[in-house]
Design a protein around this ligand. Structure first.
Ligand code: ZN
Length: 388
């Protein structure tokens, strides 16, 4: 995918730098991990430093000395999720300022204006987001249609379409027909990229997968498909198989601060006493700066060291954040390699095999079933003749 601040390779995971900073990492460290596109939150940047300061500095790239790409959300989701008093009307999202309680309104036009000031390489339309678990079908339908109308207003208000890429967001809850209607309308608007929104809100994984597959089946091949709010390694690997390209989530960085290491053998809670005397690397298969041995130019960090630091010293959170971000960026790099070599099914089998120690009965049903729909059979054990 070619973006104003350089090309990026798909599929990819985008770390979330909420306040123009990835918690626990400097921009240089993030760069050294190979990250070329990270996420900033419009809502937070709009509040502080605020639009006037962003205009004076010349945007968020300058603010955080980040010469690579930035994607910004519309600000809407943050408001609806952070502010209990947010109310959605046709005009926009109404809320009370968290600073002084004055009534404020985020419209599609205002969201575009803020993202134009931030100067993000990819900007997201303001959409009407409803939890997929909402029982209110009428409201889900209204939100889907409103999101299409708001996209039209965003396109109209976007000042720099030649240098900032606006992505639409497909809504429609778990209703596959609504999703199809939305895809049809959104694709007509011909935005440079397409997001599948409203997922990862606690819905059943099987339903998540059928929404992703339903949307990707109808989307144009040559446009990036971004599934918002997804960050668990298994979700990423399955979603890539279903045709998705881009993902973001705060989970890998947030969970690092609680002492959880995302590894090729699953997520390890390093606070557990059993790691107190475990002097092996955080992930034996990882070649990040922390996991690499001293001899190989790394830090030679052990599970026991992280166990010792967690909760007491911020260095523990920094080191683990670096490892977790590396793990996800690298997982997507390996997925890309496998896709190019036309060996993605083998990659998926090895990935699940390692996490579940090849105990097929432990594999999650939702993943097994979703992968079957695209011709990957996790439960198939090759016979001797196939191996030769
Ligand atoms: Zn590592």
């Amino acid at each position: 995918m070619i973006l104003p601040h350089g090309p990026v390779e798909l599929p990819m995971f985008m770390p979330v730098a909420t306040q123009a900073s990835l918690k626990g990492l400097t921009p240089e460290q993030l760069e050294s991990l190979g990250c070329r596109l990270c996420l900033n939150n419009t809502y937070h940047l709009g509040l502080k430093p605020g639009q006037a300061t962003l205009d004076t500095i010349g945007g968020a790239h300058r603010l955080q000395s980040w010469n690579h790409n930035i994607l910004t959300d519309s600000g809407g989701f943050q408001m609806v999720s952070l502010l209990k008093l947010a109310k959605v009307t046709e005009e926009g999202v109404k809320f009370l300022s968290p600073h002084d309680g004055t009534p404020m309104l985020l419209t599609p036009e205002h969201s575009m204006s803020l993202q134009n000031s931030i100067g993000s390489d990819i900007m997201m339309q303001l959409d009407d987001v409803i939890a997929t678990t909402s029982p209110d079908n009428e409201r889900i339908q209204e939100a889907m249609h409103r999101s299409i109308r708001w996209l039209d207003r965003c396109i109209e208000a976007h000042k720099y379409p030649e240098k900032q890429n606006l992505f639409c967001i497909i809504q429609g809850g778990l209703d596959l027909d609504l999703r199809r209607q939305c895809v049809e309308q959104m694709v007509k608007r011909d935005t440079p990229g397409i997001a599948i929104g409203g997922l990862s809100g606690g819905e059943e994984k099987a339903k998540y997968c059928s929404v992703v597959r339903t949307c990707t089946e109808m989307l144009p091949d040559m446009k990036p498909r971004y599934v918002m709010g997804v960050g668990y390694p298994e979700d990423l690997v399955v979603s890539v198989a279903l045709g998705a390209d881009m993902f973001d989530c705060v989970w890998p960085t947030r969970t690092a601060r609680f002492g959880n290491a995302v590894t090729s053998r699953g997520t390890l809670n390093l606070r557990h006493a059993s790691y107190g005397t475990d002097f092996s690397p955080v992930d034996e298969d990882c070649d990040c700066l922390c996991c690499r041995s001293k001899e190989a130019g790394g830090l030679g960090v052990t599970k026991a060291y992280i166990h010792h630091l967690t909760g007491k010293e911020t260095a523990g959170a920094h080191i683990l954040t670096m490892h977790n971000v590396h793990y996800l960026l690298n997982l997507m790099r390996k997925a890309r390699k496998a896709i190019i070599a036309d060996t993605y099914p083998e990659f998926v089998k090895e990935f699940f095999g390692k996490i579940y120690k090849y105990k097929i009965s432990d594999y999650p049903d939702w993943a097994v079933e979703a992968l079957k729909t695209v011709g990957i059979d996790l439960q198939h054990v090759p016979s001797a003749s196939e191996c030769t």
